[in-house]
Design a protein around this ligand. Sequence first.
Ligand SMILES: Nc1nc2c(ncn2[C@@H]2O[C@H](COP(=O)(O)OP(=O)(O)O)[C@@H](O)[C@H]2O)c(=O)[nH]1
Ligand SMILES: [Mg+2]
Ligand SMILES: [Zn+2]
Length: 312
Amino acid sequence: MPAGLIVKALSGYYYVLSEEDEQMTSIQCRARGIFKKRGVSPLVGDKVLFELTENGEGTVDEILPRTSELVRPPVANVELVVLVFAVTEPTLNLQLLDKFLVHTESAGLETIICLTKQDLVTEDKESEATVPSKGDMLSSGVSHIVQLYESIGYRTVVTSAKCGVGIAPVLDQLAGRISVFAGQSGVGKSSLLNAMVPGLQLETNQISMKLGRGKHTTRHVELIRLSNGGLVADTPGFSQLDFLQIDEAEQLSSCFREFKPHSAECKFRGCLHLHEPGCKVIEAKEKGEISLSRYEHYLQFLTDIKERKRRY
Ligand SMILES: Nc1nc2c(ncn2[C@@H]2O[C@H](COP(=O)(O)OP(=O)(O)O)[C@@H](O)[C@H]2O)c(=O)[nH]1
Ligand SMILES: [Mg+2]
Ligand SMILES: [Zn+2]
């Protein structure tokens, strides 16, 4: 039975790329009834065994074991999440970035950060002005943010789809695996993908589908194939994150990577790094070894988690 990969799911059909097919055309398949009975459904990203039927279509017979399973967007076997944030337009929201990072950490997914629309902040070197321009200030802010997240251990790439900056470094990260692009609408996810794939023309500047006014009426997940064997999902997904998987306050702290070496040294086991004596995380924050913004977001998320617990 041939093996393949589901690259698209739409209206009850699964589109399977056969491993043996050099042409890389996908085969339209139905899923076998047995899946429904078992309460499982194939996902985009699934490796499957399928059978060809007489009309050139096929049947998905078996789903091979998954390494990961995202709920939103619904994609299996994702190895990398690219968190896409614009340096401006919309205003860079570091709290949301940290929230996404908590999610990818708790899901155990490798994450890179992509800061788009770099062309909107290029500094004006020619200007003699003593007062820094808005662009100058944004530009130094961006390098500060890159430094911060790189120091924590997240590869951070600054890009401009408009000027073709930083496209290759992002593309390199995507080679040979399944990735998802996550980020608010309007940050430039589709534009970035269009810049990476010659001939790809994803619609850009789409009105949010949540408002029901989007041009696309069909909501579907699709993997885009890159020339280096990478597969990427460009889906709105990930938009309204609530701390679904995290219900222990202690677990939150472990999702802040840079806390780890310090929290291991806290005086009390189960220290929440709020105001406990002998807390090494607070000490590190005061020495500037942990950034104030990261620590503050940690406190905010901790409050969110506690309040949610209280409500149920
Ligand atoms: N100046 C500038 N604008 C960009 C860049 N990338 C995207 N945009 C614009 O930002 C808007 C949203 O882009 P889009 O790719 O649709 O964002 P998405 O919603 O995240 O997929 C569009 O008007 C794009 O033209 C960039 O690198 N520079
Ligand atoms: Mg888009
Ligand atoms: Zn502590």
